[in-house]
Write a protein that binds this ligand. Structure first.
Ligand SMILES: *Cc1c(COP(=O)(O)O)cnc(C)c1O
Length: 222
């Protein structure tokens, strides 16, 4: 890619509805490139590894209005660090992790915003709730009052064509609507975190409120 990070950001931003939050996925990207994206107006950055994120966050402490999002698979032993470093966690992918995060959030006196990661189609390569599992776990999740459950995150299985990907995103939106209509006391379904570099246009078409873009902004991670 020859264009600069800021040119790419300006062009993608202008193609997105203003209601869609553009989250720059900065995993494997040096702090300097994050600064470039910041200069181009990005304030939301996502990382998928706690350790890697920690060093960049330390390096970027002079940019205090960044909102950090965690999007990787989170092991229980890293849960505390995740809550301390990330106000948003998109990848809460099982009940046990949610329970642990809720306990830690209470101890630390914080209330992280989270998305529940769901597998709309079966996918052995990804973590996340299946749809029936998620529906069954909602009554328990609704009791985790220290988590602000904001919506659903999904990643389509690889190898699908565009209509199939669009269908996954549409089903995710419909699932969120169905959950919202169950009127839980605590769970909210305001957000759909879906869409990566290869499929974000389909995700936006299906109603994404947050897209997570890495390669298309920063180039290949090699
Ligand atoms: C890496 C990653 C992204 C960004 O992927 P690109 O294809 O580089 O845009 C988005 N979401 C998750 C969960 C990721 O792990």
């Amino acid at each position: 890619m020859n264009s600069s990070i800021s040119e790419r950001i300006v062009s993608i931003r202008s193609s997105l509805p203003t209601s869609v939050k553009l989250i720059a996925v900065s995993k494997q990207v040096p702090a300097q490139a994050i600064r470039s994206a910041y200069s181009a107006g990005i304030r939301d950055f996502a990382e998928s590894r706690i350790q890697e994120a920690a060093s960049k966050q330390a390096e970027l402490q002079d940019l205090p209005d960044i909102t950090w999002h965690f999007i990787g698979h989170l092991q229980s032993n890293k849960a505390k660090k995740a809550i301390e470093q990330f106000p948003w966690i998109h990848s809460v992918d099982n009940l046990k992790l949610a329970q642990r995060l809720d306990q830690l959030a209470q101890q630390l006196g914080v209330s992280p915003q989270v998305c529940l990661q769901v597998k709309i189609l079966p996918d052995p390569n990804k973590s996340g709730w299946s749809v029936p599992e998620l529906l069954a776990d909602l009554p328990t999740l609704d009791q985790y009052k220290n988590l602000q459950i904001q919506g659903l995150m999904t990643i389509p299985p690889s190898g699908l064509n565009d209509p199939e990907i669009l269908n996954v995103f549409n089903l995710n939106r419909e699932l969120a609507k169905k959950i919202q209509e169950q009127n839980w006391s605590h769970i909210k379904m305001q957000h759909l975190s879906m869409g990566m570099s290869g499929d974000y246009e389909l995700a936006v078409q299906a109603g994404a409120t947050m897209v997570r873009l890495g390669t298309i902004l920063f180039g290949d991670r090699s």
